[in-house]
Design a protein around this ligand. Structure first.
Ligand code: SF4
Length: 326
């Protein structure tokens, strides 16, 4: 495969995987650091997993980093690189959207990329008013229509233009129809209901509370590293859950933070803990627990929100060293 095509495929894979569930503005510095360090599949294929996870730290959804490394190793070992969307879909972590993006942008295959932005443009353009179950069933529903429209001469440009149109002009809420090149064919604009399209079935929302332990001893912080086989945050360290340390919450937490993942909003209560000798002995037998020097947190593969919370806690005068027993 010509070198340029391969690098283009590599950069597309990296950017598409990084942009899944993460905003573009957040991704840009990560993408620049990543491609400067590993410019092509063979460079990444030679990297250590720990180094890859540390570079990814802060982007979340860490299975993407692991899939990217596995994919680079597989591609680098092949006699010929995959080209079509169907071939790219064979790799773990590469869904229909990413496969179509790589095949159309790097290899000019006329397949449509259908993300949330494209769904919005097509739902409004064609006046689709049925309630859609979720983003993935919506993408499936609109794929045939998008494939029908894709430009066979410049599919990569077409796909990027459609996504950009959805992100900047046919945006969520009130669209900027006066600047839209599709206005003369748009059903929603004619009917005046573009702002409420596409329609989705309302999801049930849930709340949950998580109590965590902030433990520091001799300048080192206690963290729990998820096993590599874990489904969630594999290989990534987190602030341990109190109950997993054999402790109960007592008194007020030193930090309370809320965050929403999917349809669940978590209230994270962080308790500063001074361990007893018996605690230390018990934790020493737990293979997932490790002590990380506070000064080395920036280089550790650590969940993004947890890194932030630790930074907030450590920056508080006096509380760091004292803590208290819950
Ligand atoms: Fe979206 Fe308006 Fe363009 Fe229709 S005319 S596609 S609603 S921006």
């Amino acid at each position: 495969m010509p070198w340029r095509e391969q690098v283009s495929a590599y950069r597309t894979v990296v950017s598409e995987l990084m942009c899944q569930q993460t905003q573009v503005a957040t991704v840009i510095p990560y993408f620049e650091r990543w491609t400067a360090k590993w410019p092509d599949f063979p460079d990444l294929a030679r990297a250590e997993e720990a180094e890859v996870m540390a570079q990814w730290a802060g982007l979340g959804y860490y299975s993407r980093a692991r899939n990217l490394l596995a994919l680079a190793r597989q591609v680098a070992a092949l006699p010929r690189s995959p080209r079509t969307a169907a071939e790219w879909r064979e790799f773990k972590g590469v869904g229909p959207y990413t496969a179509a993006a790589i095949a159309s942008i790097a290899f000019d295959e006329p397949v449509a990329v259908v993300d949330g932005n494209v769904v919005r443009v097509l739902a409004r353009l064609d006046g689709v008013r049925v309630k859609l179950r979720d983003a993935s069933s919506a993408a499936k529903l609109f794929t045939a229509r998008a494939d029908e429209l894709v430009d066979h001469k410049r599919p990569g440009d077409f796909n990027q233009a459609m996504m950009e149109l959805g992100a900047t002009v046919c945006r969520k809420g009130v669209p900027d129809c006066g600047r839209c090149p599709l206005a003369e064919w748009c059903d929603a604009m004619k009917q005046g209901d573009a702002a409420i399209l596409p329609r989705f079935v309302a999801k049930e929302r849930k709340e949950a509370t998580v109590e965590r332990a902030l433990v520091i001893r001799a300048g080192r912080i206690l963290l729990r590293r998820n096993p590599h086989a874990a489904k969630r945050l594999a290989g990534i360290a987190e602030i341990p859950v109190l109950s997993s340390l054999g402790l109960e919450p007592a008194g007020e937490p030193v930090l309370v933070r809320r965050r929403t993942i999917g349809t669940v909003t978590y209230e994270e209560k962080l308790h500063a803990v001074v361990p007893k000798a018996a605690d230390l002995l018990r934790w020493a037998r737990d293979a997932e627990l490790e002590w990380v020097a506070a000064a080395e947190l920036s280089g550790a593969a650590l969940s993004g929100p947890h890194r932030r919370w630790l930074g907030e806690w450590l920056s508080r005068d006096g509380r760091t060293a004292r803590g208290r027993r819950p």
